[in-house]
Design a protein. Structure first.
Length: 249
């Protein structure tokens, strides 16, 4: 499902009205005609589609992040997938006032980069990474990863953020990232590392210069980021099947 299939961002168009349009064969912006809705709503749809075409051509994902209802940003993924950034962080604890970020992994355009505290993990590096991304994708990142980074690095992240934890729940997948991965058949190279072990691995590296511990931590962090793409592909297909396809002729 792409943005061009969506009308819900227009003023006065809710889920029921959008489904009605789809069932009438109006499944793309190009299909919309006058007379299908009331005059005011028709004007609103025309206004939205005109602005949306312009902003889509400009690659402005932020416009759709602002315009789409909460929980519907997934509809923009196919349009902006090339520059979508799947990211995950590891920390020494849960409180950004007392704990630190140890590694940050970002997967975009088929490549993964991991920044490490004391080496290349800086505010400037993160700001540049996020600025180059169309959409951020995380798992519980709206409540944890993003605010933790903003607190620790004085960042103001404005890139639209799609949190897979909430989307997964919409298609019946609940629990932590690793349990959700197992439920959809995503395997890990090292399934023994979890959040607590990640903290221990960092301390072994930081206190004892244990390079093997850091390598294992980085591998775990990178898998977190990379697996988000596979999970989003699964969830996106499920949402399309639930939200859009039943109403298309």
């Amino acid at each position: 499902m792409k943005l061009q299939n969506s009308f819900i961002a227009a003023r006065g168009v809710g889920e029921k009205t959008e489904r009605k349009l789809w069932e009438q064969g109006v499944t793309h912006w190009d299909d919309f005609e006058d007379g299908l809705l009331g005059p005011k709503t028709t004007e609103n749809v025309r206004e939205f589609v005109g602005a949306a075409r312009e902003r889509l051509d400009a690659g402005d994902a932020a416009f759709f992040g602002d315009q789409l209802p909460s929980g519907s940003l997934w509809r923009a993924y196919d349009n902006f997938a090339e520059d979508a950034c799947f990211f995950d962080i590891e920390t020494t604890g849960l409180d950004s006032a007392r704990h630190e970020v140890t590694t940050v992994s970002l997967h975009r355009g088929g490549d993964t980069r991991t920044y490490v505290q004391g080496e290349d993990l800086t505010c400037e590096a993160l700001r540049e990474e996020f600025a180059e991304s169309s959409i951020l994708v995380s798992f519980n990142g709206k409540r944890f990863d993003q605010p933790f980074l903003e607190d620790c690095f004085a960042l103001d992240v404005e890139t639209p953020h799609l949190d897979l934890m909430y989307l997964a729940k919409q298609v019946g997948l609940s629990g932590g990232l690793k349990s959700v991965e197992r439920e959809v058949g995503i395997d890990r190279e090292d399934d023994d590392v979890d959040g607590r072990e990640a903290v221990r691995l960092w301390h072994r590296y930081d206190r004892n210069e244990d390079d093997a511990a850091l390598e294992r931590l980085v591998r775990y962090n990178r898998e977190d980021a990379e697996n988000l793409k596979r999970l989003l592909d699964h969830v996106h297909a499920s949402l399309r099947a639930d939200v859009f396809e039943p109403h298309v002729r």
